[in-house]
Design a protein around this ligand. Structure first.
Ligand code: ADP
Ligand code: MG
Length: 228
C-alpha cells in the first residue's frame, strides 16, 4: 500500500472515487495485447505519462473516469488505448473542434493499424454525405467526432447511439467554452445508459463538474499535476 502512495506521489497524481485501481509504472503492466504493445513500441514512448499511468488501469477495469491534466500530458492515448482494447461495437470520442478531431483520428489510426479497426472522423464542415456513407458502409468501430455533427448523423440514422458502448468527452472545458453544452448533454443522455464513459479536461470548471455528475457513474477522479 505504501508503494502505491509513493508511486502516486512520484506521478503527482491525486485520486478520488470509490476503490480506485492502482497506477502502474510501465507499459508491460497494462496487460495490453501484443498488437497494441507493438504499436506503442513503434511510437518509441519510454513509459506511460502520469495521467496514463493512473487513468488507463482505471478505464481497463471498466470504471468511468474523470481525468484532469494539463495540455501535453498524454491524455489522448489514455483514452484511445482502452477504447482500442474494448469490445465495442462503437467507441465514440467527442472533441470540440475539427482540428482536434483530425489530430485524434490520426493518432487512433497509428495505434489501430495492426488491428484493422475501422476509425472514422466526423466533423462539421466536412461532407455529411461522405461521413454518413463511411459510417454505414464500413462498420465504424472508433468514431472521432464533433458534437453537432454526430447529432446530425444520428438524426439521419447514419449511426446509432445505442451501439456506443464506450464514450469519451475530450477537452470538456473547451467544449463548454465553445458553447456545446446542450449538444454534449444530449449525447450523454442518448448514448446507451450502460456505456463506459471517460471525460478529460485540462482545467477544472463548474460545468465540467456538472457534466461529470450527469454523465459518469462512480467515476475514478484523477487530477495530475498543477491544474487551473
Ligand atoms: P494532451 O491531450 O494531454 O494535451 P496529447 O495526448 O496530445 O496530450 O500528447 C502530447 C504529446 O505527447 C503527443 O505528441 C503524444 O504523442 C506524446 N505522448 C503521449 N504519450 C506519451 C508517452 N507515454 N511517452 C512520450 N510521449 C507521449
Ligand atoms: Mg488532448
Amino acid at each position: 500500500y505504501m508503494d502505491i502512495v509513493k508511486l502516486r506521489n512520484s506521478l503527482n497524481v491525486r485520486v478520488g472515487g470509490l476503490l480506485p485501481p492502482n497506477p502502474v509504472c510501465s507499459f508491460a503492466h497494462f496487460g495490453f495485447d501484443e498488437y497494441l504493445m507493438e504499436a506503442i513500441r513503434r511510437s518509441e514512448y519510454e513509459k506511460p505519462t502520469p495521467i496514463q499511468a493512473q487513468a488507463v488501469p482505471a478505464a481497463l477495469s471498466g470504471r468511468d473516469v474523470l481525468g484532469i491534466a494539463k495540455t501535453g500530458s498524454g491524455k489522448t492515448a489514455a483514452y484511445l488505448w482502452p477504447a482500442i482494447e474494448g469490445e465495442g461495437p462503437i467507441a465514440l470520442i467527442v472533441v470540440p473542434t475539427r482540428e482536434l478531431a483530425i489530430q485524434v483520428y490520426q493518432e487512433a489510426k497509428r495505434f489501430c493499424r495492426v488491428y484493422n479497426i475501422n476509425v472514422i472522423c466526423a466533423y462539421g464542415g466536412g461532407s455529411k454525405y461522405e461521413q454518413s456513407n463511411e459510417l454505414q458502409n464500413e462498420g465504424a468501430e472508433l468514431v472521432v467526432c464533433t458534437p453537432g455533427r454526430i447529432i446530425d448523423l444520428v438524426k439521419i440514422e447514419a449511426t446509432n447511439f445505442l451501439r456506443t458502448t464506450f464514450l469519451v468527452f475530450d477537452e470538456a472545458d473547451r467544449m463548454f467554452d465553445m458553447g456545446f453544452e446542450a449538444q454534449v448533454k444530449s449525447i450523454s443522455d442518448h448514448v446507451r445508459s450502460d456505456r463506459q464513459c471517460l471525460m478529460f479536461s485540462a482545467t477544472f470548471k463548474q460545468k465540467v463538474e456538472r457534466l461529470a455528475r450527469d454523465a459518469l457513474v462512480d467515476p475514478v477522479r484523477i487530477v495530475q499535476g498543477e491544474v487551473g
